[in-house]
Design a protein around this ligand. Structure first.
Ligand code: AR6
Length: 177
């Protein structure tokens, strides 16, 4: 059975899921938006693990479009997967990198045996990606990844912070149907 894609409006740090995905930056050392909220509510263990990752595997930072897991500290999840979305560009098509964030996060999640994965709308805040376009890319990328995903993955949930984001994803889900 293929995993379900679901939508909720809310704060991703309040969600229960096996994996919560963080819209991080390549430093892995925190920031604003989702990233700030995840580290605030999750507590210092997540940042401590991110520092170890920087010192070991990602001395130059986590490249855009890639994903890496840590534990989830005090969040109601088993893991946080940190991925780095592309900054929106009007002159360069970076949509493959945005799709890669979803695909790579799901690949890492599957490797961890996750059944439920919650995503924010990557790149649509500080990184300024237009919501409607980002929603289509996200839904398509998740659909494509799920077509070949292990049986274990039961639910991919998009957690949208405000009504505008929720509606953009609702339309994308219907259109990509
Ligand atoms: N739960 C769910 N969605 C949220 C939350 C939350 N708690 N907070 C914000 N959003 P952003 P980006 C929405 O800026 O664009 C950070 O500083 C928000 O409304 O978090 O990928 C990182 O360190 C928007 O729709 O991520 C990077 O430097 C979406 O989540 C940079 O921002 C993504 O907004 C990454 O920028």
């Amino acid at each position: 059975m293929t995993a379900r894609i679901t939508l909720v409006q809310g704060d991703i740090t309040r969600q229960r899921a096996d994996v919560l995905v963080n819209a991080a930056n390549s430093s892995l050392l925190g920031g604003g938006g989702v990233d700030g909220a995840i580290h605030r509510r999750g507590g210092p263990d997540i940042l401590a693990e991110c520092r170890v990752l920087r010192a070991s595997r990602y001395g130059k930072g986590l490249p855009t479009g890639q994903a890496v897991a840590t534990t989830a500290g005090r969040l109601d999840a088993d893991h946080v997967i940190h991925t780095v979305g592309p900054v929106w560009s009007a002159t360069e098509d970076r949509s493959a990198l945005l799709a890669s964030c979803y695909r790579e996060s799901l690949r890492v999640a599957a490797g961890l045996g996750a059944r439920t994965v919650a995503f924010p709308a990557i790149s649509t805040g500080v990184y300024r990606w237009p919501l409607d376009d980002a929603a289509h890319i996200a839904v398509r990328a998740v659909r494509d990844a799920l077509a070949t995903a292990p049986e274990l993955l039961a639910e991919v949930r998009f957690v949208l912070f405000d009504e505008a984001a929720y509606e953009a994803f609702e339309q994308a889900l219907a259109a990509e149907g």
